[in-house]
Design a protein. Structure first.
Length: 186
């Protein structure tokens, strides 16, 4: 008889495993095939958010300021956007965006200037210091995110990326909202 090789050890149990095991015991009917995936995505999103928040203080940026300078830098030269475009790209209100822009302008990282296309409109543009700050912030954030994946094989990262692209393609249909009684008597 030849001995069989021992199976490859899997990953060590983690908090998501503990959570899933608890629900399997306590209320198994709440689990769906997507439950563990959802918990793992949330856990990863939290780790990436913490990594980003960890590098921003050394750059003197808040999360909102980071989002603004990075969006402007990503726009390409001349690193400018109309306020409503900027707000839309960040999923912020125009008032919230204006507040952040005011702080960045006070620090000399952005300027407001007339729009070349529309004299009634303004553009928010990164200053040279703003461009440099945005680039340092993107690099620091990228390095922090890379550290979250330290020890994960490139093949696993590629496989996860492909799988999440496939999962993310399908958006759930909006849930019907309750509007109360139908008041129409026709």
């Amino acid at each position: 008889m030849t001995a069989r090789p021992a199976p490859e050890p899997g990953p060590a149990p983690d908090p998501v495993d503990a959570l899933m095991n608890a629900w399997r015991t306590e209320l198994p009917d709440v689990l769906h095939p997507t439950t563990e995936l959802s918990k793992r995505i949330a856990q990863l999103a939290s780790a990436l958010d913490q990594a980003t928040r960890g590098v921003l203080p050394e750059l003197g940026l808040t999360v909102a300021e980071f989002d603004v300078v990075v969006a402007l830098r990503r726009a390409g030269e001349p690193y400018a956007m109309k306020p409503n475009e900027l707000a839309r790209s960040l999923l912020l209100s125009s008032g919230g965006t204006s507040n952040v822009v005011n702080h960045l302008a006070d620090r000399g990282l952005v300027v407001r200037e007339p729009s070349p296309d529309d004299g009634r409109s303004t553009m928010i543009r990164l200053t040279p210091d703003g461009v440099e700050t945005a680039e340092r912030a993107v690099r620091a954030n990228s390095d922090a995110h890379q550290a979250v994946f330290a020890g994960v094989s490139p093949a696993a990262v590629t496989a996860a990326t492909r799988a999440l692209r496939e999962v993310g393609v399908r958006r759930p249909a909006p849930r019907p909202t309750r509007t109360g009684r139908n008041r129409s008597r026709s």
